[in-house]
Ligand binder design. Structure first.
Ligand code: ASP
Length: 304
């Protein structure tokens, strides 16, 4: 029995296989319509979500399975003080696979150690978000045709943005990746990513506060929201939230084939006028997220 807590638990061959499976699902959805008949996915969401939870649920329905769960901790026994470990043991009696989002880093790992069914980390605090990363990798593969040899700009809240941390870990395993980290000084990537991933693997990167000066060299611009819920005080959030706003004016300096990605939700960091630019692929990214989660559910349930 296998869980997915950190993206690096999947080797590159497995990531390739998941991407290939998602592409096959896109091409032949009818082949998959009954694959999970009789199976249940439990979505245990202790933090808000739109895309991750609904895409997991849509994925399971499209595989012919069923879904149960909760979308806020207040409606579960967590409100009475139940531990994540006990909830995981309980839900193992009802479902075949769990997708869990939690504000505390490490909670899905604790769940996986106590569950008797696979647990998928659907976002733990400011730490990791492996299924967003699988979504991002499928998006890059579909939109750019390759996963190596890319200059990737990550812009915004690189400190608390869990999707950023998982994506850096995943892309660092491909050849010819360069990162350009664009953030305010207070929101730079954390030390554990800098030392534990980039420096450990000799991955080239630069850090800057200047989006205008960097956009022209990027193959991918990955925008992120400033993570209000992780701030200790509102004043800092208000000061930093509009540090970067991608506008049509700024896009003039970008390459014709650069793509703009965003894990969403967007607050203010991408002007809606960009949505109709063919380089904007964040809503296509949303759809890729459903297909890759279908592929992941099949893999963890051992269904071909
Ligand atoms: N939806 C993503 C996440 O859950 C990105 C974000 O919330 O800004 O991490």
């Amino acid at each position: 029995m296998r869980s997915l807590i950190d993206i690096t638990e999947l080797d590159l061959g497995e990531v390739d296989a998941l991407i290939a499976k998602a592409e096959d699902i896109i091409a032949h959805p009818e082949k998959y319509a009954d694959k999970c008949r009789g199976k249940k996915l439990a979505t245990l969401f202790y933090e808000p979500s739109t895309r991750t939870r609904l895409s997991f649920e849509a994925a399971m329905y499209e595989l012919g399975g069923n879904v149960l769960g909760f979308s806020e901790s207040q409606s579960s026994s967590a409100a009475k003080g139940e531990s994540v470990a006990d909830t995981a043991k309980t839900v193992s009696c009802y479902a075949d696979v769990i997708a869990m989002r939690h504000p505390k880093e490490g909670a899905p790992l604790v769940a996986s150690r106590n569950a008797t069914i696979p647990v998928i980390n659907a976002g733990d605090g400011g730490h990791n978000h492996p299924t967003q990363t699988l979504t991002d990798l499928l998006t890059i593969k579909k939109e750019k045709g390759r996963l190596g040899g890319l200059t990737v700009g990550l812009c915004g809240d690189l400190k608390f943005g869990r999707t950023v941390h998982s994506l850096i870990s995943a892309l660092s395993r491909y050849g010819g990746i360069k990162f350009v980290f664009i953030s305010p000084a207070e929101l730079k990537i954390p030390g554990y990513v800098r030392q534990g991933v980039l420096e450990k693997n000799g991955i080239p990167y630069e850090e800057t506060t200047d989006l205008d000066g960097s956009i022209g060299k990027l193959d991918i611009l990955y925008m992120t929201r400033v993570q209000r819920e992780r701030f200790f005080n509102e004043e800092d959030y208000l000061r930093l939230r509009d540090s970067y706003i991608l506008t049509q004016q700024k896009m003039k300096a970008a390459r014709e084939d650069m793509i703009v990605m965003h894990p969403l939700p967007r607050v203010n960091e991408i002007s809606p006028e960009i949505d109709s630019d063919p380089r904007a692929c964040y809503f296509r990214q949303v759809l890729y997220g459903k297909y890759i989660r279908m592929a992941l559910i099949l893999m963890l349930l051992g269904i071909d």
